[in-house]
Design a protein around this ligand. Structure first.
Ligand SMILES: Nc1nc2c(c(=O)[nH]1)N[C@H]1C(S)=C(S)[C@@H](COP(=O)(O)O)O[C@H]1N2
Ligand SMILES: [Mo]
Length: 212
């Protein structure tokens, strides 16, 4: 046990020296579960994924259709506002940027912000450029396995730090909605669930934008 505590400190120091540990964060090997309310059940027959708002054509996909979308894998560091960080987490799923590039989502020029809508009315807002960046994914898999129910099965938003792209804005992990059911493209920004509860709207991990 003392060995593993010592090992954790060593690894933490390594990530700090690589410039990958944001201020006020600590390294964890666990994967804590954090959310408000119960874990929803998943029914592939009734589940749908919708895109609406500032788009040319609203979209509605069944679970089967969603699984035929082009997929990508991404290795990121994730930083929770409750001060834990995990490094080199592997996510697989669908990139919003790719859907836009392939013409599956056609944005109106007025689209500037995105609201993730999840089960039970949970929401998380981000600027359009963050959702279209390489470090945002609608993930179905974590470390090679389908998401566990606690972590958002069957689909969640994830956003993190890509060591190869230090230029990209990196928000805290709450900006990814578990049990994601849709994206609303918006002309004006609106606070999501935690943002209304006092979390910072911008949430940049490097600037420690934790609370508003
Ligand atoms: N649907 C939903 N998604 C959510 C939340 C929530 O309350 N509901 N909480 C957010 C917060 S505050 C955090 S820190 C992360 C935690 O993700 P994890 O449980 O996979 O670690 O989920 C985010 N996504
Ligand atoms: Mo959180």
């Amino acid at each position: 046990m003392f060995d593993s505590i010592f090992r954790r400190k060593e690894d933490e120091e390594k990530f700090r020296q690589e410039g990958r540990l944001p201020p006020g964060q600590a390294y964890t090997q666990r994967f804590p579960v954090l959310h408000y309310g119960p874990v929803p059940a998943f029914n592939p027959q009734t589940w749908d994924f919708r895109v609406w708002g500032e788009v040319e054509t609203p979209l509605r996909l069944s679970w089967e259709e969603f699984n035929r979308l082009p997929r990508v894998a991404l290795t990121m560091d994730i930083h929770c506002v409750t001060q834990w960080s995990k490094f080199d987490t592997i996510w697989e799923g669908v990139s919003v940027r790719m859907l836009v590039e392939q013409g599956l989502i056609r944005l109106k020029p007025t689209a500037r912000f995105v609201m993730q809508h999840a089960e039970y009315g949970f929401t998380a807002n981000l600027p359009l450029e963050v959702v279209l960046a390489e470090n945002f994914l609608m993930a179905t898999h974590f470390n090679g396995e389908p998401l566990s129910p606690d972590h958002g099965y069957p689909l969640r938003g994830v956003v993190g730090y890509l060591p190869s792209r230090p230029d990209l804005m990196t928000p805290y992990f709450w900006k990814g909605a578990k049990w994601l059911r849709g994206l609303e493209f918006m002309a004006e920004d609106r606070p999501g669930f935690w943002e209304q509860a006092g979390y910072h709207n911008n949430a940049d991990v490097w600037k420690e934008e934790r609370f508003g």
